[in-house]
Design a protein around this ligand. Structure first.
Ligand SMILES: [Zn+2]
Ligand SMILES: [Zn+2]
Length: 147
């Protein structure tokens, strides 16, 4: 089995940093992350340093955290997984959007690209998830979007 370079917890950091910076135009700091994940700032620093060593972000103490190109790619991949799972749960299983989000958060790290692409195709290439956030379509499922 191929060892995943990114752990599930590290993935949560990447997606939160991505959302704050690119979708909410907010600066991300370790204090903000510690509050969001309900962990000690020292734990955040440790994880952020690991992500920096793996090349997903740039970080030095007292500076804001910036994702690298590789970090942005991974964050978008995980958010796409999350948001297409929401599409699946809401449309096929009649889940409420908030409940769908909760379940998607548990699975986003583990689903295969094949499954997510299939969801994209079956649900006609949704450009947004049930909570109106982008699915980063751009033909990622291997088909042109039907718009
Ligand atoms: Zn598609
Ligand atoms: Zn959503």
């Amino acid at each position: 089995m191929v060892k995943r370079e990114l752990t599930a917890v590290e993935g949560k950091y990447l997606t939160l940093i991505y959302r704050r910076y690119y979708e909410e135009s907010r600066v991300v700091g370790t204090t903000d992350l510690a509050r969001s994940f309900k962990v000690q700032p020292a734990t955040v620093t440790e994880t952020v340093q690991k992500l920096a060593e793996k090349g997903f972000l740039e970080y030095s103490p007292y500076r804001e955290i910036r994702l690298t190109e590789k970090g942005v790619y991974e964050a978008q991949r995980l958010l796409r997984n999350h948001r297409l799972l929401e599409v699946l749960f809401v449309n096929a299983l009649n889940y409420e959007a908030s409940k769908a989000c909760e379940e998607a958060a548990k699975l986003e790290h583990y689903v295969s690209e094949t499954l997510v692409n299939k969801v994209c195709q079956v649900f006609k290439h949704p450009l947004i998830c049930p909570c109106q956030k982008t699915t980063f379509h751009a033909g990622r499922c291997g088909e042109k979007q039907h718009v």
